[in-house]
Design a protein around this ligand. Structure first.
Ligand code: NAD
Length: 302
């Protein structure tokens, strides 16, 4: 008899492909499904048991973790598809949706699940691909306290900072507030560095000064956008790897939708979204797959 708890894992892409093996290492029996055969083969090599359908994967699950691209896919997989998972999973399973989606999507999933007695938390992450593989993600959760408590063994196997932000959808709101702020301070940092360079300063010396002054911020400390200033930052490897412009645009779009719904003023977030859009489409090739710190290229003189 299988005594290990079963985690069904749906969506083994850049993030999920790193997260699922950490559950295997923590002693869970991981039942994996993805539409991509390559993703499934990689998961199998990492100790997951792979299935040919999501319905099969969730059949005996104690937990169902999803890491999917967007809200319409999450809603199709769990609620609206031909074989919705809410109908095929055990009713005492706990759903942990780690995808970044609109808060309204998370609330809809939570309500649809509650109708069948299934508990759900939204648990979007901060940290990116490296943190997913290292098991050091931050989780920002929304849902009932009891469901959050029940999710701890799974979340702590994949992350090191785990927060409950509030009720269903609150994790998603926390995530888009954080990423909107990230876009704003990255853009501001890029603007300040280029202004200094245009006026004769060395970007490394200016960075050192601002790091010890009131302009200090996370982008400057961990992720300097100016090429050559910080070894290991995406700026020093032609903006390859890191957090893609397209994903930042997705999060800034969700932030603007939330602002519209709550009639909140977010002029900096709106400007950042326009700036990242201009950047994506500037030049001859689409910059969507470049790291988001490449936004500094919008400020550079030809
Ligand atoms: P990805 O595109 O690499 O992976 C998504 C996976 O889902 C793919 O393997 C795809 O085949 C699979 N998939 C799509 N539809 C499916 C379905 N119906 N059934 C089963 N599998 C399906 O994306 P990712 O970078 O892993 O991002 C996943 C989520 O995490 C997104 O919501 C993203 O916004 C969020 N996120 C990403 C990062 C990052 O740095 N990549 C950071 C934080 C949050």
């Amino acid at each position: 008899m299988n005594t290990k708890e079963i985690v069904a894992f749906i969506g083994l892409g850049n993030m999920g492909g790193g997260m699922a093996p950490n559950l295997v290492k923590a002693g869970f029996d991981v039942h994996a499904f993805d539409l991509s055969k390559e993703a499934l083969a990689a998961a199998e090599q990492q100790g997951c048991t792979v299935y040919t359908s999501a319905n099969e994967a969730v059949k005996n699950a104690d937990y169902v973790v999803s890491m999917l691209p967007n809200g319409s896919i999450v809603e199709a997989v769990f609620i609206d598809g031909a074989e919705p998972l809410l109908k095929s999973m055990p009713t005492d399973a706990l759903v942990i949706d780690c995808s970044t989606v609109a808060a309204a999507s998370s609330k809809r999933l939570s309500e649809a699940a509650a109708a069948s007695g299934i508990r759900v938390i939204d648990a979007p992450v901060s940290g990116g691909i490296a943190a997913a593989a290292a098991g050091t993600l931050a989780f920002m959760c929304g849902g009932e306290q009891s469901a959050f408590d029940a999710a701890q063994p799974v979340l702590s196997a994949m992350g090191s900072n785990i927060f409950l932000a509030g009720e269903a959808g609150a994790g998603q709101i926390a995530k888009i507030c954080n990423n909107m702020l990230l876009a704003v301070h990255m853009s501001g940092t890029a603007e300040a560095l280029q202004l200094g360079v245009d006026n004769g300063l060395d970007p490394k010396i200016l960075s050192d000064i601002m790091l010890k002054s009131s302009g200090c911020n996370w982008s400057l400390e961990k992720y300097n956008p100016y090429p050559g200033v910080m070894e290991g930052a995406p700026a020093s490897r032609n903006y390859e790897g890191g957090f893609m412009v397209d994903l930042m645009l997705k999060d800034l779009g969700l932030a603007q939708e939330a602002a519209l719904a709550s009639q909140s003023a977010t002029p900096m977030g709106a400007a950042a979204r326009s700036l990242f859009n201009l950047h994506k489409h500037s030049g001859e090739t689409d910059k969507g797959s470049k790291d988001f710190s490449s936004v500094i290229q919008m400020y550079k003189r030809a």
